[in-house]
Write a protein that binds this ligand. Structure first.
Ligand code: SF4
Length: 691
């Protein structure tokens, strides 16, 4: 319990917009929540999820002490056991026999410690994150085009643009404050808005043009745009010398087919003319592009159009990938993905590895990328990974082939889960449970989609024996005999991370925040990186990229469509998020107010499909794929296309009617990014009674 206190400036723990929050403790374990008027992301706004944060501070069902085999244990016993089992597994089977699966919910300091432990001391890169499910294709696309994973734009570009193209994103529901800012700009200056989405989502209500594109045809559309730009003299003569690959990209783009987009020719023409004829264009995307088995190519098809026209990094123009999670970006910065090192350095580069190893004074260093999330759980299933530590995420619900992942965790020799609640589908299968400090109880930093680093600050005491994740990881590292894990708090970890970024900056990395190494951590105001020798808000307008020759790369993209659905599963299921829930509902599910919007798992089905299947509104449908089964309430709606139903991914439930949508999704991934294609599962649907 904390005494009533003054307002504390912190950051919302939900989406990648990264809104500033003022939390005022009430002295009874709760807090009043308001938007921070001084935070650059939201300027006082909050969406309904952020505004309901005060309703999710309940202690009900919290994990308050470590558990071993279901029985309460001391921290010493749990930490000793983890260190002993990890050390023994490594000694017997090598470093790749252990893994960490982490989360965009971790603070940057937690992420830093996890990455340092795994890559620099255990000597394996088997650390991956649930951000793999969210933006890995954008990371890969950025690296192919820019040489680094750099987001070039800022949120205020949306307010300075004359045209904003929203592709594969339901911004109104999934990044609501950004959508509010866009709508305000539209009202003030008449910004044109185009939404490209097979579904007619809430975002379309504010659009001038909705292109209900054929699912998966985005690369066809942007390749057609690239051709139009070239054919009408839209390539920038000034910018082209700063690029490579323009001819090859154009040649590949010539194979794009207008009919593949499924669009009305007049609508298609309107879009092409609008984009080609408007200089200040922002193209913004999220999961609809990323969660595809050709997601990286789709990202590069978009980037090609901005690069060829030089519409990048200047006010009001540029490509903009927005992240789903509050600290997906921070995870990218510390190298918390299996194929990255630290501070945007490359794991395959021996000079980069040596620099990081020297800085850490570490005994070993991972020399090759580790297993990405889908591969990681396959390795758990096959017994190649024998000790697994999952932090702040619920892969038994959120991963594709969720049932298979749940079985793999249950069968793992040794599974550890650090979380706030003990009864998630994942936590129930762990041998050791570690009670983690929750939002409002822990201190650290997060980075939002526009590269702004903000503090998350504690305003409540952690209950019971709950401890922050960085402490848990550092304690295990020390018990495994490793030096360099003796920080006294997150400020010291942040200072070390900032100092390492200076080493990276000297090697040419874009991520350099060494200027913050001695900053007043407690008082740190939101700040945009880089903050090293270079301090800038936008990248690439000068045509300087982070490739070996300094030139940006246009990548040839051969547009392709998803494989046809088989006869036995004739529907292509699209999955996604709804306005008032977050991930697997472990936090938002605590708010009765948020449950009022859409209170149970559902299947949005076109009227023609519903009639053909004999499914009335509100009937229960059995949805099956070769991977699993879900029971969903039917919502008949012409917002979806015939043959392409939609289901949200939040719900769980292991018995009875279940909304385990990801149990239906096959573990098909993009070959470059490893991101799963979560939006095109082939399924069969029938009335529940006939199942
Ligand atoms: Fe939180 Fe995102 Fe809503 Fe902002 S827009 S309040 S970060 S959920």
């Amino acid at each position: 319990m904390t005494a009533p206190g003054p307002s504390v400036r912190t950051t919302c723990p939900y989406c990648g917009v990264g809104c500033g929050v003022l939390a005022t403790p009430d002295g009874r374990g709760g807090a009043a929540i308001a938007g921070d008027p001084d935070h650059p992301a939201n300027r006082g706004r909050l969406c309904v999820k952020g505004a309901a944060l005060g309703e999710t501070l309940s202690m009900q069902g919290r994990l308050l002490a470590p558990r071993i085999g279901g029985a309460e244990a001391t921290w010493d016993a749990a930490l000793d056991l983890i260190a002993e089992r990890f050390s023994r597994t490594i000694a017997a089977h090598g470093p790749d026999a252990v893994a960490l699966y982490v989360s965009g919910q971790l603070l940057t300091e937690d992420y830093y410690v996890a990455n340092k432990l795994m890559k620099g001391f255990i000597g394996s890169a088997n650390i991956d994150t649930n951000s793999r499910l969210c933006m890995a294709s954008s990371v890969a696309g950025h690296r192919r085009a820019f040489g680094t994973d750099t987001v070039p734009g800022q949120y205020d570009d949306l307010e300075q643009a004359d045209l904003v193209v929203l592709v594969g994103t339901n911004l109104a529901w999934c990044h609501p404050v950004l959508y509010q800012r866009l709508m305000a700009a539209r009202a003030a200056r008449g910004t044109k808005i185009v939404v490209i989405d097979p579904r007619r989502t809430a975002t379309c209500e504010g659009a001038d043009l909705h292109l209900a594109i054929a699912p998966g045809a985005d690369a066809h559309l942007f390749n057609l745009l690239l051709c139009r730009l070239f054919d009408t003299g839209g390539f920038s003569a000034a910018f082209l010398p700063k690029l490579t690959g323009a001819d090859a990209a154009l040649t590949a783009a010539r194979a794009a087919r207008a009919e593949a987009t499924g669009l009305d020719p007049a609508d298609l023409e309107r879009f092409l003319a609008l984009w080609a004829g408007t200089e200040k264009v922002v193209t913004l995307w999220s999961q609809g592009i990323n969660q595809s088995d050709s997601g990286t190519d789709k990202v590069n098809a978009i980037l090609n159009c901005h690069l060829a026209t030089g519409r990048i990094g200047r006010p009001g123009m540029g490509p903009f990938s927005v992240t789903g999670q509050p600290n997906a970006m921070g995870g990218r910065e510390v190298g918390g993905l299996a194929n990255m090192l630290a501070c945007h350095l490359e794991i395959e580069n021996p000079v980069h590895r040596a620099a990081v190893q020297g800085f850490w004074a570490s005994p070993t260093m991972a020399e090759r990328p580790g297993l990405k999330s889908v591969e990681m759980f396959r390795a758990v299933e096959a017994g190649r990974i024998r000790a697994l530590w999952i932090l702040h995420t619920n892969p038994a619900v959120s991963m594709p082939e969720a049932d298979r992942v749940a079985r793999a965790i249950a069968a793992c020799d040794f599974a550890v889960v650090s979380d706030v609640w003990p009864d998630t589908d994942t936590a129930r299968r762990a041998h050791v449970l570690l009670p983690a400090a929750a939002w409002g109880e822990k201190d650290g930093t997060v980075t939002n989609s526009e590269r702004v680093i903000s503090r998350q600050r504690a305003f409540l005491a952690p209950p019971g024996q709950a401890r922050p994740d960085w402490w848990q990881l550092a304690q295990v590292a020390r018990r495994m005999g490793f030096a360099g894990f003796d920080w006294d708090g997150p400020a010291a970890i942040f200072a070390e991370h900032a100092a390492l970024s200076g080493v990276a900056g000297a090697l040419g990395s874009d991520f350099d925040i060494s200027g913050l190494a001695g900053a007043d951590y407690d008082g740190l105001s939101p700040v945009t990186w880089p903050q090293g020798k270079v301090r800038r808000r936008r990248f690439f307008a000068d045509g300087q990229f982070h490739t070996p020759d300094g030139r940006g790369r246009m990548v040839p993209v051969v547009a392709r469509l998803p494989a046809p659905v088989p006869e036995a599963q004739p529907f292509r299921l699209n999955t996604g998020r709804i306005r008032d829930q977050w991930h697997t509902m472990t936090r938002t599910g605590l708010s009765p107010r948020l449950a009022q919007h859409l209170g149970e798992p559902y299947l949005e089905l076109h009227p023609r499909d519903a009639a053909a299947l004999g499914l009335a509104p509100a009937a229960l449908a059995c949805v099956e794929s070769p991977q699993g089964r879900a029971i969903l309430r039917v919502l008949v709606s012409d917002r979806v296309r015939p043959g392409h139903p939609f289901a949200p991914m939040h719900w769980t439930g292991e018995t009875g009617p279940t909304g385990r949508t990801n149990a239906l999704v096959p573990a098909l991934t993009d070959p470059v990014s490893g991101q799963p294609a979560s939006k095109s599962a082939a399924v069969a649907i029938r009335p529940l009674a006939a199942a």
